[in-house]
Design a binder for this molecule. Sequence first.
Ligand code: F6R
Length: 242
Amino acid sequence: MKVIVTKDYEEASQKAAEIMLDVIKNKPNANLGLATGSTPIRLYELMREDHKANGTSYKDIKSFNLDEYYGLAQDHPQSYYYFMCHQLFNELDIDKNNINVPKGKGSIEEVCDEYNALLAKNPRDIQLLGIGSNGHVGFNEPGTSFDSVTHYIALKQSTIEDNAKLFFNGDLSAVPTHAITMGISNIMEAKKVLLIATGERKAKAVKGLVEGPVTEDLPASILQKHEDAIIIVDEAAASLLS
Ligand code: F6R
């Protein structure tokens, strides 16, 4: 596991963009595992700027997002599908048929089986991750098995509160209580993992991720066992590291 400490969010995003664009430029038909949340917003902006300025093409790129709220249709403004289109895809030349986000509607079993089959056919060259303040990756909350594949999960109250602040104007009652998420074993299959964590709110989770025991109580800690995991943290998120 390689840990890169940056001054702030901007520098963390710049460093992450360098790594992501390097993968894309070296393999124009790469499979990208992507994340939502507030953390990758600047990285996605940098990718859009690069596409505009340098013409980096996404026409043969396929994307696979980590998760989706259960109960929200793709065109719901708070869905992760909608988020990805507005933060990234709408300004790239990616083929809309190559955008994959777990479905937030329909039979849970079918949605999960379909996504697992898709992931099995399309190994990811890179998986981008944020981290929850409780150490979750994707929506794999503490206690999720390291052997898990795409599944339906009940969000912890702390996750619902974190997400309400960011996406639902603080309206707790509007945040879905369940999600469909890639499992830990799907995440670990990616050739390279790139996790970004910034801000003091993430410091405790980052300490567990980097220095703690590998335990299902802090799902991100499994990344200690990944062959090519890069963790980019700003000084605030790194503040508890020894
Ligand atoms: C998002 C996801 C989550 C977030 C995490 C951090 O697709 O899977 O694990 O990465 O909750 O969220 P932010 O970046 O909003 O702090």
